[in-house]
Design a protein around this ligand. Structure first.
Ligand code: GDP
Ligand code: IMO
Ligand code: MG
Length: 440
C-alpha cells in the first residue's frame, strides 16, 4: 500500500494520535520526522489513556517498526521514561524502536536556557512547553549540537559535552542561574549511552530497505502547520518544520516516497501558548468549548484556547502541504450549539485578504468574516455509521470540504478507536480499509 504523511492543519492537538493509532494496521512502519517531547498524542485503549510524546503512536500496535528520525530532538531521559511507561501499560514493542544516529539530543542546559529566554521575553514570551526544544534546534543550526550517534563514541561525547557546558555556563551565570558540572552531565550521558545504544541506527537506510521490501510507511506529524517554523505564526511557533517538507529532511527519504498527505483537522480551533488567534472565542462560550472538548494540553496540562473553525487557516495549511484529504475530529464537541460559526475570510484595513497573512502584526488585526451554520443539536459522540449522522451535521462537513477544497476521509466522533466513521471511497486508494476495520 501507499506511504502516507499524517499531519496537523491547525495549531496542533487536532487528534493526530487517535488517528495514527486507528489507521496503523494498514502500515508496517510509523515514523516521526520532527519535534520532540513537546508533542502529546493521546490514544485510548480499552478505556486506558496513553499519551505518546516522543515515540511514534504506532508503538501501541504490536510489531510496528517505530522510527525517530534525524529531524527529531531527543531527550534521552524522556525517551527512557516513555518506554518504561509503555511497559507499565503492557506495551512491549521497544525492540521495534529505532532512533536516528543523526537525531540531535536535548541536554540539561537546553531547558535552563529556554526558561531564561521565556523569562526575559516577559509579556512577549512564546509560551513554550519548556522541554528545551527551541534551544536544542538552535544548537543544531549553530553546528554545535550533540547527536545520538555521539553516544556511540565516548571520547567525542566527553569533548563535546565539556565544550558545550563551559560555553552555556557563561550564559547561565550571566542570568543568575546555577552553573552545570560538566563531569556530572558527561556521567549521566554515559549512562544514557549504555541504555540507548541498541536503539541508535541509520534510519534512512532502514526506511529505504523497508520501502524496497514493499512495506508501507506512515509518517506521523507532530505539532501543526500553523506552528511550523517557516510557515506558521512566527515567532509564536515551534522550532521545526511541522509541514510536509520536514518529512523528507527529517528522515532522509526522497519526496517520491510520499504518496499522499492527509491533514488532521479539528471541527473547531484550539491553540496552546501565546500568539494571535483570529477566531478565538472569548468568555463563557469559549470556556464551554474548552470543557466539552476537554481541551487541556496533553504535555503541559495548560488549558487550550478555543475558537471557531477557521477555513482560511485550514485552506492555507492544505495549500502549503498539498493536502486534498482530511480527517475531521471532534465534531461531537459542537453538539450543543444552535448555530456554529465558520470563518470564511479575513478583512484587514477594510479589504478582504487573498491568503493567510505572513506577519503576526497583520494576523493580530484581521477581522474574521463568519458565516453561521445550523447546529445539529443532537449527540453524535460515538456514532459509527454514516447513515446515523443528522442532516445538519452532514451540511457542516460538506461546508468544510468546500471551503478547504478537500474530501473528508474519516470522521472521528469520539476519543476511542471505534468512534470513527471511515469514508471508504475516499480512503481505499491509500489504505487497507479491511485491515483497519478488522482491528477496530
Ligand atoms: P494530537 O496532539 O493531535 O495527537 O491531539 P491530542 O491528543 O493532544 O488532543 C486531542 C484530544 O482529543 C485527545 O484527548 C483525544 O483523546 C481527543 N479526541 C480525539 N478525537 C476525538 C473526537 O473525535 N472526539 C472527542 N470528543 N475527542 C477526541
Ligand atoms: P502536538 O504534537 C500544541 C506549542 C507550544 C508553544 C509553541 C512553542 O501534541 O500537536 P515549543 O515547546 O515547541 O518550543 O513551544 O508550540 N506546541 C504545541 N501546541 N500541540 C503540540 O504538539 C505542540 N508542541 C508545541 O504550546 O505555543
Ligand atoms: Mg497534542
Amino acid at each position: 500500500m501507499a506511504n502516507i504523511v499524517v499531519l496537523g492543519t491547525q495549531w496542533g492537538d487536532e487528534g493526530k494520535g487517535k488517528i495514527i493509532d486507528l489507521i496503523a494496521p494498514s502500515f508496517d512502519v510509523v515514523a516521526r520526522s520532527q519535534g520532540g517531547h513537546n508533542a502529546g498524542h493521546t490514544v485510548y485503549i480499552d478505556g486506558k489513556k496513553i499519551v505518546l510524546h516522543l515515540i511514534p503512536s504506532g508503538v501501541i500496535r504490536s510489531g510496528k517498526l517505530c522510527i525517530i528520525g534525524n529531524g527529531v530532538v531527543v531527550d534521552p531521559e524522556a525517551f527512557l521514561t516513555e518506554l518504561a511507561e509503555l511497559e507499565s501499560h503492557g506495551i512491549n514493542n521497544d525492540k521495534n524502536v529505532a532512533v536516528s544516529k543523526k537525531a540531535h539530543l536535548i541536554l540539561p542546559y537546553h531547558s535552563l536556557i529556554e526558561k531564561i529566554s521565556e523569562r526575559e521575553k516577559g509579556s512577549k514570551k512564546i509560551g513554550t512547553t519548556s522541554r528545551g526544544i527551541g534551544p536544542a534546534y538552535q544548537d543544531k543550526a549553530a553546528r554545535v549540537g550533540i547527536r545520538a550517534g555521539d553516544l556511540l563514541n565516548l571520547s567525542v561525547l566527553r569533548e563535546k559535552i565539556g565544550h558545550n557546558v563551559e560555553e552555556k555556563n557563561i550564559y547561565l551565570e550571566h542570568f543568575g542561574e546555577k552553573k552545570l558540572d560538566k563531569e556530572r552531565v558527561y556521567k549521566d550521558f554515559v549512562s544514557y549511552a549504555h541504555r540507548l545504544k541498541k536503539y541508535i541506527k541509520d534510519v534512512s537506510l532502514i526506511l529505504d530497505e523497508c520501502i524496497k521490501q514493499g512495506k508501507s510507511i506512515l509518517f506521523e506529524g507532530a505539532q501543526g502547520t500553523l506552528l511550523d517554523i517557516d510557515h506558521g505564526t512566527y515567532p509564536y511557533v515551534t522550532s521545526s518544520n511541522s509541514t510536509v517538507g520536514g518529512v523528507c529532511t527529517g528522515l532522509g527519504i526522497g519526496p517520491d516516497k510520499i504518496d499522499s498527505v492527509i491533514g488532521i483537522t479539528k471541527a473547531y480551533t484550539t491553540r496552546v501558548g501565546e500568539g494571535p488567534f483570529p477566531t478565538e472565542i472569548p468568555g463563557k462560550m469559549g470556556r464551554l468549548l474548552m470543557e466539552k472538548g476537554n481541551e487541556y494540553g496533553a504535555t503541559t496540562g495548560r488549558p487550550r484556547r478555543c475558537g471557531w473553525f477557521d477555513a482560511v487557516a485550514v485552506a492555507y495549511s492544505c495549500r502549503i502541504n498539498g493536502i486534498r484529504k482530511i480527517v475531521l475530529t471532534k465534531p461531537d464537541v459542537l453538539d450543543v450549539f444552535d448555530e456554529i460559526k465558520v470563518c470564511v475570510g479575513y478583512k484587514y484595513k477594510g479589504e478582504i485578504l487573498k491568503g493567510f497573512p505572513s506577519d503576526i502584526w497583520e494576523l493580530a488585526e484581521v477581522e474574521p468574516q463568519f458565516i453561521n451554520v445550523k447546529g445539529w443539536k443532537t449527540p453524535v459522540r460515538g456514532i459509527r455509521e454514516r447513515s446515523s449522522l443528522p442532516v445538519a451535521f452532514w451540511d457542516y462537513i460538506k461546508r468544510i470540504e468546500e471551503l478547504t477544497q478537500t474530501d473528508v476521509t474519516i470522521i472521528s466522533t469520539g476519543k476511542n478507536r471505534k468512534d470513527s466513521i471511515l469514508v471508504e471511497e475516499n480512503l481505499r486508494s491509500w489504505m487497507d480499509v479491511e485491515k483497519i476495520k478488522a482491528e477496530l
